[in-house]
Ligand binder design. Structure first.
Ligand SMILES: [Ca+2]
Length: 539
């Protein structure tokens, strides 16, 4: 039926001989695009692809399809109707799940599948790309889950020449097959001018000898941007990333954390290889950034680098490279040793580089946002090449005086509250002074700062209120056991001090709890509340 419609349309166009230009244009468009349904119209996805022509779509219903698919050079969209969670292509351990090896361009789209159990090994003459194999092609691969595949190079996604867009996929649990394998999650090759783009993917729990998350060889002008690269294992080098030999990769705003064998290992760079605004932390058995052979051409700008115990955050290997890479406005910090070592050891204090705890909000829970007091706030290079207008959360850059180092731009106002009691213990009937200190750690000014303070009466003789004073704004006693303060605005870095005096009577424990809030978003509310208990003793 559909092919009949196509022939009819061709006939109509062909009869329009009075206008050669129109005929030419219409023939190129090749009639209306056809939607081919699987399994409604075709028994397999490949059968749908085989029947399709440029411009068509192959729409796949939910289910598991045991097959390998090959786009065969066609500019078509292959999409699931219900998304990756409901639609799986399973290669059953035979060959890559999906192949783009016939010169496909960006008009070839694969979207919304789980791609699993693919295999690419040297013995089978296809060693690259267990889940997705790209060889001399530039398709778009979007919104897929690429899991449990195996290959020598690029167990999840393998790119051997081409400029594909690999965007918003979850690439997990893929493993290398052969000794010396490169790229557990993604492998990129494409010398000299191919430009693969790896953007907004989660690349986790993959493994290969070199580059557990991403491995590159001669990767041309590849761009790796806005990815989370975590919990990968580089068996020999480069837990998160391994960049080798004429790789002119631009690595922008990636969170590279908890990988085994370091964050990123640069083994051969050419001018243009650049790390910008990445956060690289909590990787084990290696530095956050390790520069060796031919890496003096590399640049690292505005990164937050935290080294594993025993490893410098940034190590510039003097044995293989006499000159350091260009390091600008980075924070390189290791708790138990210098942040920068090797021939970049003198970086702190030059070119905007610092070495200080970046003060993540909660790294143990995977939260690498900056606390308000972080030295990385406003400490980056606002004009670095490769910046994007949004941070990894999608919030605007640049907030405050300058761009922050790392993947996140701090905004809002980080309030903190301190509370002390004097004396403690206190004698019954004697004055007890509570001192409350509300501090705005920024980065923005806090407005309409409110403080609530309460001391529920647990003493037999009661608690007599005496007075409350504040350094800014005003406070009011409610006539019972609480005080409310309106402190107005607090600039970034400013504090307000409230002094509250009472006389407890009787004996026991008196607990005071206070909280501070403001109109602004607060990136770290854990420190907004404070509490202190005082023992009241008889005279
Ligand atoms: Ca800033």
């Amino acid at each position: 039926m559909r092919s009949l419609q196509r022939r009819v349309t061709h006939a109509v166009v062909a009869s329009a001989t009075f206008c050669a230009v129109l005929v030419s244009a219409s023939t190129t468009a090749s009639a209306a695009p056809v939607v081919r349904n699987v399994p409604g119209d075709y028994p397999s996805i490949q059968a749908g692809i085989d029947a399709a022509v440029n411009g068509d779509s192959v729409l796949v219903a939910q289910g598991t399809y045991v097959e390998n698919i090959d786009f065969k050079g066609k500019a078509i969209k292959v999409k699931s109707t219900r998304g990756a969670a409901a639609t799986t292509i399973d290669a059953g351990g035979r060959g890559p799940v999906v192949t783009f090896a016939s010169g496909e361009g960006r008009a070839s789209l694969l979207r919304g599948f789980t791609l699993q159990h693919g295999r690419a090994e040297t013995a089978a003459n296809v060693s690259t790309g267990g889940g997705v194999r790209v060889d001399g092609a530039s398709p778009e691969v979007r919104d897929n889950v690429v899991r449990a595949n195996a290959a020598a190079f690029g167990a999840g996604v393998g790119i051997r020449a081409g400029s594909p867009l690999i965007v918003h996929n979850v690439i997990v649990d893929n493993t290398g097959l052969e000794s010396g394998g490169i790229g557990g999650g993604v492998f990129i090759s494409g010398y000299p001018n191919y430009r693969a783009e790896i953007r907004r993917n989660t690349i986790a729990r993959n493994a290969n000898d070199y580059g557990g998350g991403i491995g590159t060889i001669s990767a041309g002008l590849a761009v790796v941007r806005d990815n989370a690269i975590a919990d990968n294992v580089g068996g020999l080098q480069g837990g998160g990333m391994w960049l080798s030999t004429f790789s002119r990769v631009i690595v922008v705003q990636n969170l590279i954390a908890r990988n085994v064998h370091g964050g990123a290992f640069v083994f051969g760079a050419v001018a243009g290889l650049r790390f910008v605004n990445n956060t690289i932390a909590d990787n084990t058995l290696g530095s956050a950034l390790h520069f060796t052979l031919h890496s003096s051409a590399a640049q690292a700008i505005s990164n937050v680098l935290v080294g594993a115990p025993g490893f410098a955050a940034a190590f510039c290997d003097p044995l293989y490279e006499s000159k350091p890479p260009q390091l600008i406005a980075n924070d390189g910090f290791t708790p138990d040793r210098p942040g920068f070592e090797g021939n970049c050891a003198s970086s702190p204090g030059t070119n905007g580089n610092i070495s200080a705890d970046p003060l993540f909000v909660d790294p143990a829970a995977g939260d690498y946002h900056l606390r308000g007091a972080s030295p990385s706030i406003d400490a980056g290079d606002s004009i670095a090449l490769g910046l994007t207008p949004f941070d990894l959360d999608g919030n605007p850059r640049i907030v405050g005086a300058a761009i922050d180092q790392g993947v996140y731009e701090a905004s809002g106002a980080d309030l903190a509250l301190g509370l002390t009691a004097t004396p403690n213990p206190v004698m019954t009937g004697k004055p007890l002074t509570w001192t409350l200190t509300a501090t705005n750690h920024g980065p923005l000014p806090a407005t309409n700062v409110q403080l609530q303070d309460a001391w529920p009466n647990a003493l037999p003789g009661g608690v007599q209120f005496r007075r409350v004073t504040t350094s800014t704004g005003s406070c009011a006693w409610d006539g019972g056991t609480s005080v409310t303060c309106s402190l107005g605005a607090l600039a970034s870095g400013a504090s307000a001090t409230i002094t509250l005096v009472v006389k407890p009577r009787g004996r026991g424990v008196l607990t005071n709890t206070a909280m501070v809030t403001a109109n602004e978003v607060d990136p770290n509310t854990a420190v907004n509340t404070s509490s202190v208990s005082v023992t009241v003793r008889p005279t």
